[in-house]
Design a protein around this ligand. Sequence first.
Ligand SMILES: C[S@@+](CC[C@H](N)C(=O)[O-])C[C@H]1O[C@@H](n2cnc3c(N)ncnc32)[C@H](O)[C@@H]1O
Length: 265
Amino acid sequence: MEFDLRNVLNFASAYLEGKSLSPRLDAEILLSFVLSKDKIWIYSNFDFKLDEKCAKKYQEVLNKRYKEMPIAYIIGKKEFMGLDFKITDKVLVPRPETEELVEKLICDSRKYGWKKFLDFGSGSGVISISLAKFLPNAEVWVVDESKDALDLTVENAKKFGVEEKIHIAQTETERFDVVVSNPPYLTKAEWNSSADLHFEPYEALVGGEDGNDFYRMILATYRPKRFYFEIAHPFRESLKEIFDNFGKYEIIKDLSGRDRIAILW
Ligand SMILES: C[S@@+](CC[C@H](N)C(=O)[O-])C[C@H]1O[C@@H](n2cnc3c(N)ncnc32)[C@H](O)[C@@H]1O
C-alpha cells in the first residue's frame, strides 16, 4: 500500500508523541533524511506517494527515535554554528548551549586578539572547528582521550577546510591564549537518573563523583591567559569552591537564564 507524505507525516508525528518534545519536527527531519530531500521539497510535495522501500526505511528510523535515540545519531549529522557536522554515536551530540560558549569566545577573541587555543575534550570538533572557521588567525590544539573523537574532529576539520589550523596536542607545556572546554561535568548520580542520556558515551558526560574532576585537572595543568568553560546549571557550590581557590572568574547565563559559561583568569 502507498501513502502520501501528508498522511505519513501525520502518522509519524502521532507515533512520536510523548517520545520527543518536537514530534512533528522530528518526523519531518527523518522523512527528509529518508527521501534525501529538503523540507521545502516535502512541503511542496504533500501528495507524493512513499514507495514501499522508503516506507520501510522510514519505519526503521522512526522506531529508533521512538526508543529515544538522538536524531543526530540516526541521521549522522548535527548543525552547530551554521555548519553541518558529521556525528557518530562515539561522541557527544553537540548542544545549542555550547554555541553560546563559542559565540562568546569568538567575540572576546576578536576584541583581545587571541589566536592560540586549546580545546580540551574536542568530541566531534564543534568548538575547535568553529574557532578555526570564524577566526581567520586562529590555531587550535585539540585533546581527547577517545581516538574515535579525535578522528572525527580531523574528518570534520577537513570537511570545513580548516584541517591546517587544527592540531592534535602533544604536550601540556605549550602556552595558549585560551583553554576552552565543555568537559564531562555530570555527577555519577545525575547520569544514573538520566536515562535519556544513556545513548551517549559515558566518558563524554560524567566528570567523576562530584562532576568536577575535569575542572580541577584542567586548571591544574594549563596556564593560559583565560579559561572558558561550559558548566552545569545551577552553578555547583563545590565548583564555586574550586574557582574561588583558583582566582578571578565570571559566570554567564545562557539564553534560557541558566548558569552556563565560566570565564577564569
Ligand atoms: C562533553 S564532551 C564535549 C565534546 C565537544 N567538545 C562538544 O562540546 O560537543 C567531553 C569530551 O571529553 C572527552 N574526554 C573524556 N575524558 C577525557 C580525558 N581524560 N582526557 C581528554 N578528553 C577526555 C570525551 O571523550 C568527550 O569527547
